[in-house]
Design a protein around this ligand. Sequence first.
Ligand code: NAP
Length: 255
Amino acid sequence: MGRFDGRVAVVTGAARGIGFGTATRFAEEGASVAIIDLDESAAADAAGRLPVVDGAKAVGIGADVSNAESVDAAVERVVSELGGIHVLVNNAGITRDNLLFKMTEQDWDLVMGVHLKGAFLMTKAAQKHFVEQKYGKIVNLSSVSALGNRGQANYSAAKMGVQGFTRTLGIELGPFGINANAVAPGFIATEMTDATAARLKMDVEEFRKLNAEANPVRRVGFPEDIAAAVAFLASDEASYITGQTLYVDGGAKLG
Ligand code: NAP
């Protein structure tokens, strides 16, 4: 028996990185999984690599989470192809880092559009089904950068915004059997942090090593670390937890 037998989980931005790690975990634990990502072929390819159990399915859907029409069509496809929707993980993300004085309005809007508007649109489309069936689990991806990070005024504001959004979802949707929580990762080894290394003109391995040495648990995080926390918050074991943000960062922001 898996914790997600008979459930349908949707993970956005899941063609790679933390999203793919999370989709993998849901599949391993019995869920049918929809991978939503910008590029339909990358999403389908990732869905084909999920370890789905007998009787469960996986589908890859191309959609832009910052576009309302695209989101509505994607959620309707999930429901018709997988037979419902029970778990939503708002994971899709981008960075457009720069110091404030160099940050463009476009870089601000793009980051807000994917992280904040994307989570809003996906949640709005999913909650119709959640409310109707009096059951739903929402997990949003925040970040330790929500607490402030040089060069990330846009990203940091969006990720703290995600925490406020999550608290409000907890209040509004709790009466309908819906839990909403957030996970705030620290440094996770993915293409996103590899791109940061490139921007800083550093070797990827050297960048990971420096981050590991600066972390209380002396390692970087991996998508599996985040997947474990997301799966717990999306499970029925966490049904008395809502509106919370769980930092999964090896203690990075403690000192
Ligand atoms: P990643 O490797 O860059 O993957 C992000 C995925 O999201 C990509 O497949 C990307 O597609 C997709 N995406 C981007 N814009 C989208 C849109 N508008 N609609 C649908 N999909 C879209 O990132 P990650 O490191 O796994 O991060 C996942 C989440 O965790 C993000 O929300 C990120 O902010 C958060 N996070 C990451 C870290 C970390 O250290 N890695 C730390 C804290 C929080 P394309 O490839 O086509 O762009």
